[in-house]
Ligand binder design. Structure first.
Ligand SMILES: C[S@@+](CC[C@H](N)C(=O)[O-])C[C@H]1O[C@@H](n2cnc3c(N)ncnc32)[C@H](O)[C@@H]1O
Length: 330
């Protein structure tokens, strides 16, 4: 791989589906690895291990001296990827750590690492989490109202749905699901409580949704609950802020997001170095930011990948390189 290659003129092929497993098919796999790796003997963090597809692809392009530290908060992912990548774990080229990527600095320290050459965040849930009815993530499956990625966490979706005030629920659906009928949905839920299963929640939402909008409303309501249960936006903010000090100069961060709330955050931060997206300039009018954007526009999956892996349709990839023109932000 040539790190100086014009990344935006990347190959059109996406052979990353070779890294798919029954657990999950990694999205934009080849593209993300091409954009992320600048040193083949570097240390890379996969903050969202899942089924290990991206980690496996990373390990394949790194030299024998390169290594990956992979993090996930879900025990199912830790188990599946540890089995799949057992040879790499045994050789020491791959370390798998259970935890939240919001704690990336602490997790890396526990592995004896202060600085890394690349960080990958493939946000959201895996296909396994969605397809496994007992995890309660999908409105298409009958399961408990759970949605915790980390099963040791105390509150799942049932606690949110049954214990929040109607007005707080309304705000939750509006803020995290951008749901236009959030008031109506929250009222229907409050009247139908207790709601303990995905099936029951889906039935109430379908009943309250304006005609012809069931499917979009269900997606928005389930997305909002999932974001709230797992504090997805807060942990993303935390890891973005920490990434500045964790990356060596010349190292890169790649963020794959699946909805506009995540993508907006990644875009603002990777442009400005702050969560507000405020571009600061010095006396000479130069931008003060720890980042050089590798792609200004987000990269999407091509048509072939989208038809082979429908989940890739909403994926947006942003990559930025750590540059040396800033003071410590965190
Ligand atoms: C989209 S999947 C990643 C799939 C992976 N790239 C692959 O190739 O299989 C997202 C994974 O990240 C994990 N995850 C999401 N948010 C996390 C967080 N804040 N901390 C740790 N893991 C997280 C989820 O449990 C899930 O396994």
């Amino acid at each position: 791989m040539n790190p100086t290659k014009d990344f935006n003129a990347r190959d059109n092929t996406e052979p990353g589906l070779n890294y798919a497993s029954l657990y999950h098919a990694p999205v934009l796999c080849n593209t993300v690895i091409q954009g992320l790796v600048t040193r083949k003997d570097g240390i890379y963090v996969d903050g969202t291990l899942g089924g290990g597809g991206h980690s496996a692809a990373l390990l394949d392009v790194l030299s024998a001296l390169g290594s990956v530290i992979a993090i996930d908060q879900d025990d199912d992912a830790i188990q599946a990827a540890t089995e799949r990548l057992s040879t790499e774990v045994a050789s020491g080229r791959l370390k798998i750590l259970k935890g939240n990527f919001a704690e990336m600095d602490r997790l890396l320290k526990s592995a004896g690492v202060d600085k890394v050459d690349g960080i990958l965040l493939d946000l959201g849930v895996s296909s396994h989490q969605l397809d496994e009815a007992t995890r309660g993530f999908s409105h298409r499956m009958k399961g408990p109202l759970d949605m915790r990625m980390d099963k040791t966490q105390s509150s799942g979706a049932a606690e949110f749905v049954n214990e929040m005030d109607e007005s707080d629920l309304m705000h939750l659906f509006f803020k995290y699901g951008e749901e236009p009928k959030s008031r109506r949905i929250a009222r229907a839920i409050a009247q139908a409580r207790p709601i303990l299963s995905t099936e029951h929640l889906a039935e109430v939402v379908r009943w309250a949704a304006p005609r012809g909008t069931d499917s979009k409303t269900l997606s928005r309501v389930f997305q909002a609950l999932r974001i709230a249960v797992n504090q997805e936006l807060d942990v993303l903010d935390k890891v973005l802020l920490k990434s500045v000090n964790l990356l060596s100069v010349g190292g890169r961060i790649a963020v794959i997001s699946y909805h506009s709330l995540e993508d907006r955050r990644a875009k603002r931060f990777l442009r400005s170095g702050n969560l507000e997206g405020e571009i600061k300039k010095d006396l000479y009018g130069n931008k003060i930011t720890p980042w050089k954007e590798i792609n200004r526009k987000p990269i999407s999956a091509d048509k072939e990948e989208q038809s082979a892996n429908p989940r890739s349709r909403s994926a947006r990839l942003r990559i930025a390189e750590r540059v040396d023109n800033t003071t410590k932000l965190v």
